[in-house]
Design a protein around this ligand. Structure first.
Ligand SMILES: [Zn+2]
Length: 401
């Protein structure tokens, strides 16, 4: 192992990682409501103190994304994360045995909202970056960090999508993030597309419904047809099948108004596997509705894509995958495992869509995300910090490979 590697690794201590994770958990950033100024300014201060050049960029008031760079020019390696967390609901609160915003440490675990998803991971990244800057490593490629708002809000438009589409990450040539993965390496990502289906009918008094067209009844048939729809796809070895779920519906007038509803709107979410396209799936949905219409000429529908994210796969031959694999092996003392956790979509999508190779590795236990008594294994956070540090060194200072 080179001296530089040793110096950097020796600077990563459990105490530092846990202290930072505790501080991050102590700044609540639950979403909703998604008020994220405080966590954003906490991270900005930390990064400035470490020697990063820091800026914040916002699409919406109260939602500043944080971007930090070292050199500020040339190709860059990006470590990213989301600053917001799932909320602590009223119902959930009574199941917590510790205060969710204190970062209680017990038996090798750190507890709190965001401990595993993903404030523990952010603490690991920050500790890694700090060790590299303190070791005065001569970086040939820029090391960038980006922390986003609104990942937990579902649509991510003020967060990663905005930061990528407004050009702030155009220099990024590879990226990594610590979504909880039980230390498994993830390189394939399901797509997530939300379709809005609107059905219009004809209103009438409910004493003579036969002269109206009930939009809710028509929508029930549309949803039934989509439930039965067999989309064309090849099941993926790691991601399994494409799935279709109706996630919302509204129609009719509020209260007990005696009117046949003339409008109904539903949201349908499709989680796609590599090989499927957003437009291809939309066509299949429209064809299924078209078949219904062949039997029911009164069916009036409009299908709109509200949110589109295709499925992606990073090549296992890519530099970032290879370097992550070797670094994880160095730290864990054995080959890491490939991610078997299925199909959540990733905030890396907007970079993946631009062809930037991206991978994920994060702490465990993955199944504690968004749960009462959420915790992260401290051992994982320290391993993770060392893995991110080695990846940064090997990519930004290739002589350390
Ligand atoms: Zn997450």
């Amino acid at each position: 192992m080179t001296d530089l590697k040793q110096t950097v690794l020796s600077k990563i201590t459990e105490k530092d990682v846990v202290t930072l994770a505790k501080q991050l958990i102590s700044v609540p950033s639950v979403n909703p409501p998604g008020k994220l100024e405080e966590i954003s300014s906490f991270l900005s201060c930390q990064l400035r103190d470490m020697g990063f050049k820091v800026k914040t960029v916002s699409k919406e008031a109260g939602k500043p994304n944080v971007i930090a760079t070292t050199k500020g020019t040339g190709p860059a390696l990006l470590f990213q994360g989301h600053m917001d967390t799932a909320p602590v609901t009223e119902t959930e609160r009574s199941s917590w045995t510790v205060y969710p915003f204190a970062g209680v440490v017990q038996d090798g675990k750190i507890y709190g909202r965001g401990a595993v998803d993903m404030k523990g991971g952010i603490a690991a990244i920050l500790t890694a970056a700090k060790a590299i800057l303190e070791a005065d490593a001569e970086l040939q490629r820029d090391l960038m960090l980006a922390f986003y708002v609104d990942e937990e809000a579902g649509m991510m438009e003020a967060g990663s999508m905005f930061v990528v589409s407004s050009g702030h990450l155009d220099r990024v040539t590879s990226a990594m993030m610590p979504e909880p993965s039980n230390m498994q390496v993830r390189y394939v990502f399901k797509g997530r597309t939300i379709y809005e289906i609107a059905v219009t009918g004809k209103t009438a008094h409910t004493s003579s419904p036969e002269i109206g067209t009930n939009a809710i009844v028509k929508m029930a048939r549309v949803i039934g047809a989509l439930e039965d729809l067999r989309l064309k796809f090849e099941p993926h070895k790691w991601l399994g099948s494409c799935t279709v779920s109706a996630t919302g519906i509204e129609g009719g007038m509020p209260g007990t108004n005696p009117s046949v509803p003339d409008f109904c709107r539903a949201l349908v979410e499709v989680r796609m596997v590599p090989g499927q396209t957003v437009d291809g799936v939309k066509r299949e949905i429209e064809n299924a509705i078209e078949e219904l219409r062949a039997q029911d000429h009164d069916l009036n529908t409009v299908v709109k894509v509200l949110h589109r994210r295709g499925a992606s796969e990073t090549s296992r031959e890519s530099e970032i995958f290879q370097v992550l694999w070797a670094s994880a092996k160095d730290v864990l003392g054995k080959d890491p495992e490939l991610f078997t956790g299925g199909g959540a979509a990733s905030d890396l999508h907007w970079l993946l869509e631009k062809g930037v190779p991206c991978v994920e590795i994060g702490p465990g236990p993955r199944n504690m995300a968004h749960k009462p008594n959420e915790f992260a294994e401290i051992r994982n956070l320290v391993e993770l910090s060392k893995i991110y540090a080695l990846v940064a060194l090997k990519i930004c200072c290739p002589e350390t490979r």
